[in-house]
Design a protein around this ligand. Structure first.
Ligand SMILES: NCCCC[C@H](N)C(=O)NCC(=O)O
Length: 462
């Protein structure tokens, strides 16, 4: 066997970082669409006459099919059985289709009073599109995690996961910062002289981005084929086959459940918060609605810088379980500050958002690379899928809960035709998720000590 053949494809640093760039870009496009509606909440209420419950219902749709139709779990099984190329391409096509349906719903004027499943026709159709997209982006997420393990195991795995998440978060930042300017740029002034933002414009932009992201993933599939060939040439099985009984192994593992619980609790206090953060800036910190996405936009920016940094720290010195505990403490602090009636000024909100950026980097950069320490590689697709499935209960339920709480208990007076809200109760709910996340993080640290998962150990093999 020649020296060239003996070398696996992922031994080439240039190649493995290049494939990471391709799949991370696909995720960036997915994250952009995920949060594109958040800064538009006040405009949706004003222009399309949605209320907070409509918005909460629409936002919760992200998890409907993942949770109730078990699409994520099927996705994980398909991933372990059919491989990353087939599953990733399928996930990309679902994202494009879901986004297309959402664009159709938002750009169409339906007859007044038209209802579907008890909600406004437009809201329900947009939600259905978002639900289909949610299946695609989540399955893309587990596929990309598995791709990273495939290319980076025994190398810079946590750094690679951190960089992938950081790139994806650029999508969230773009959603926060670009959406309103895009909607305004394509807006129009009616005969009465009133200006109307163009809400569908940023969604169309996302649709185009998702098509480009799908092409990027398609290019990746060629590298993946080559990697499998190089593993074959080395006499290594590309991947061990998956068996159904592997699911039993995963769900009887206490460490797995602790990670899954920490995941749902932590992310319930972050992603659903992002959906309401722009509105919080307007309602509590009196930020101009046109700029309201800018401060929450800092959250992913902080994470973009810090997630790879903490990932690299975990690779080199370990302390994964401790990082998750510290991140949870910071989460409680941040949401308590947002809940308390103190310093209702934009700069304080900015400082607090930056601290949340730290927490939002610490926990994910330690949590995701910890899963392969608890679960064997051949079961990873299913394990990530099961964790995402548990997490999706929160991503679905919490935005709906917050929308309902706002509509039922937090309404203030209508000012200049716009409904005002008091965010104390929603922010207290988010802080409670932080408290529960801390308890689970401490339990995970104890379990690691007992079972020796190696969560406190470095990832890079010397
Ligand atoms: N806003 C995108 C939601 C993606 C959720 C996904 N299940 C996930 O948790 N990914 C890891 C991350 O930290 O983004």
């Amino acid at each position: 066997m020649t020296e060239q053949l003996k070398q696996k494809l992922n031994d080439s640093a240039v190649l493995r970082w290049s494939v990471l760039a391709l799949v991370a870009f696909t995720m960036l496009c997915g994250y952009f669409l995920t949060d594109v509606m958040s800064p538009l909440k006040p405009m949706l209420e004003k222009e399309l006459l949605w209320d907070s419950l409509d918005y909460g219902f629409f936002t919760s749709a992200y998890g409907w099919f993942n949770v109730f139709l078990l699409m994520l779990i099927f996705g994980g099984i398909i991933l372990d059985k059919m491989g990353v190329r087939f599953t990733g391409m399928g996930a990309c096509l679902l994202m494009v289709f879901g986004c297309g349906l959402k664009y159709y719903a938002i750009s169409t004027t339906f007859p007044e009073g038209a209802m579907l499943f008890g909600f406004k026709m437009q809201v329900t159709l947009a939600a259905l599109g978002y639900a289909i997209f949610g299946v695609g982006v989540e399955i893309a997420g587990i596929t990309v995690s598995k791709i990273i393990v495939k290319w980076f195991k025994g190398k810079e795995m946590a750094l690679a996961m951190g960089l992938e998440m950081a790139t994806a978060r650029i999508g969230t930042t773009l959603a926060m910062v670009l959406t309103v300017p895009l909607a305004d740029f394509f807006g129009y002034t009616d005969e009465g002289g009133a200006f109307h933002t163009n809400i569908p414009a940023p969604i169309l932009f996302c649709l185009v981005m998702l098509c480009v992201g799908t092409i990027a993933f398609f290019i990746y599939t060629f590298y993946d084929k080559k990697l499998d060939a190089s593993l074959d040439a080395e006499g290594l099985e590309p991947e061990e086959p998956f068996r159904m009984k592997d699911i039993v192994y995963i769900i009887t593992n206490k460490g797995f459940w602790l990670i899954a619980l920490l995941c749902v609790l932590f992310y319930s206090a972050v992603f659903p918060f992002i959906k309401y953060a722009a509105d919080l800036m307007v309602q509590k910190y009196h930020v101009d609605p046109k700029l309201a996405g800018t401060i929450p936009g800092l959250l992913p920016i902080g994470a973009i810088i810090l997630t790879p940094l903490f990932g690299s720290l975990y690779d080199r010195i370990g302390k994964g379980a401790t990082l998750m505990v510290i991140g949870s403490v910071m989460l409680i602090f941040v949401h308590s500050m947002f809940a308390l009636p103190i310093l209702n000024v934009w700069w304080f909100a900015t400082v607090i958002m930056i601290v949340l950026g730290f927490a939002f980097s610490l926990v994910p950069s330690a949590m995701w690379p910890s899963v392969p320490k608890i679960i064997p590689e051949k079961q990873l697709g299913t394990a990530y899928a099961l964790i995402f499935w548990v997490q999706n209960w929160g991503l679905m339920g919490v935005p709906l809960l917050i929308g309902w709480v706002l509509n039922s208990y937090c309404k203030g007076p209508v000012v200049d035709g716009a409904q005002t809200y008091d965010y104390t109760l929603p922010m207290t709910i988010f802080a409670m998720f932080g408290v529960l996340a801390l308890i689970v993080a401490l339990m995970l640290k104890a379990e690691n000590k007992k079972k020796g998962y190696g969560l406190e150990e470095a990832n890079i093999q010397k």
